[in-house]
Design a protein around this ligand. Structure first.
Ligand code: PMT
Length: 407
């Protein structure tokens, strides 16, 4: 973290005292830390503590006549390599999610173009409240990374999810996120989202994929320095800044888009939920209601990932397996039958994880290894999976075993 510029926002909560330890840990690793405190944070910890630990004056007000041009929020936002808010309260979470800018920290968030990592801390009932969940989900959709909250005993005496992640955990996440070049310059093609197979001009066969897993992988790959092409089915997610985004609708279109550029890819990740079948004939006009029963004749779609993996010079190929049962057996079966380098299996159809959830868990298999990645938010999971992929990809390239060598 030598000379990494970390802007730390501290909100008003008991956990604010832990942020002092976070500053100490970051400084120890060589980071340059500047601290911004909200008005209520000042009730919990004095700015002098953060000033002494960071070695810089603490910023507390939006309009500071002492600052040149009274523009400290713009200067601080431009200065930072990453904005970390720890702890973030339910109130600040709501402000960030809704674009309010009535103090220095919320204004900084709006002005910041760097990655943002936030560590919520609040009473467990406040964290579970529907409106807080919606605010958190909204921020995640906007690319904000979350760490925690963790479960345990709270300052109010209650038990549950709401404790701020420990400073060591936040520090470790920052360390992973700021390490440049895990996949520097590596060309990665990722598929994401569902496909739609038309029945007629107004109806189609599809599935519940939201694209969140594939888009999180694209963002994590961009952060790791990769050159990312994202081929996506229809989803309601913003284009990941820095990627080449190709939008498609059907499995055949996704196949065509993948195959058109696959010769350049060094890594291929198939996170899309591609429809296995399509109607033999899409009707040109809306199908009219007729007899009580009906049937649709289907034909097989091309298997995109199997086609990629069967290329003479195949990229390092990573598949997903979405299973409701026998996760391991089916995943290992697909790893072998589709000739993949690695497969990430997730359980679908349950209460949490899989399709259209903000969180997920994966069991990852490769020919001579496996790893379980436990339930967490998809952006975090994507980073963990990319670390595994990078390890195997670089290992195989070094041994010249498999995967396309760098041009
Ligand atoms: O999009 P989200 O809402 O975030 O949900 C994420 C997810 C559950 C969709 C994702 O994590 C996931 O599991 N994606 C793969 C879903 C799937 O289609 O699994 P499968 O077991 O049916 O397919 C196995 C592999 O073959 C996948 O890599 C798939 O992309 C690929 N495939 C399948 C069929 C086909 N015709 N072509 C393919 O390339």
């Amino acid at each position: 973290m030598i000379n990494k510029k970390i802007l730390l926002g501290v909100c008003g909560g008991v956990a604010a005292y832990k942020s002092a330890e976070l500053v100490r840990l970051l400084k120890k690793r060589g980071a340059d830390v500047r601290v911004v405190m909200t008005g209520s944070a000042l009730q919990f910890v004095t700015p002098l503590t953060f000033q002494a630990l960071s070695g810089h004056p603490v910023h507390t007000t939006l309009l500071d006549a002492g600052q040149e041009q009274a523009m400290s929020h713009i200067h601080l936002a431009r200065w930072a390599d990453i904005l970390v808010i720890a702890p973030v309260t339910a109130n600040t979470l709501a402000k960030l999610a809704n674009g309010l800018a009535d103090d220095l920290l919320s204004t900084l968030y709006l002005a910041a173009e760097c990655p943002v990592l936030i560590a919520p801390a609040m009473n467990q009932a406040m964290w579970r409240k529907a409106v807080t969940c919606e605010n958190a989900a909204r921020l995640q959709r906007h690319g904000v990374e979350f760490i925690g909250p963790e479960a345990g005993e709270q300052a109010c005496g209650e038990l549950g999810l709401g404790r701020m992640a420990e400073p060591e955990t936040i520090c470790a996440r920052l360390l992973a996120g700021l390490q440049p070049g895990l996949l520097q310059g590596v060309r990665i093609t990722i598929t994401a989202g569902p496909t739609r197979e038309p029945l007629d001009p107004v109806r189609f066969i599809s599935n519940r994929s939201s694209g969140k897993m594939g888009y999180a992988l694209a963002l994590a790959a961009i952060d790791a320095g990769a050159d990312v092409t994202l081929i996506s089915g229809p989803v309601c997610l913003p284009a990941p800044a820095g990627s080449r985004l190709v939008m498609v609708e059907t499995a055949q279109q996704m196949y065509d888009a993948v195959m058109a550029g696959i010769a350049q890819a060094e890594i291929f990740i198939g996170a899309a939920a591609v429809a296995d079948y399509r109607p033999v004939q899409a009707q040109a006009r809306k199908i009219k209601k007729g007899s009580d029963a009906g049937s649709i004749e289907l034909q097989k779609n091309p298997d995109i990932i199997a086609s990629v993996a069967s290329l003479l010079s195949r990229p390092f190929t990573v598949g997903f397996a979405a299973e409701t049962d026998d996760l391991e057996a089916y995943a290992i079966g697909k790893l072998r039958s589709k000739n993949l380098h690695m497969i990430a299996a997730n359980r679908v159809g349950g209460m949490e994880g899989g399709f259209d959830s903000d969180r997920n868990a994966l069991q990852v298999f490769w020919p001579d290894g496996r790893q379980t990645l436990s339930m967490t938010d998809k952006p975090h999971l994507a980073r963990q999976l990319l670390e595994l992929i990078a390890g195997q990809f670089h290992g195989q390239n070094a041994s010249g075993a498999n995967g396309r060598p760098r041009a």
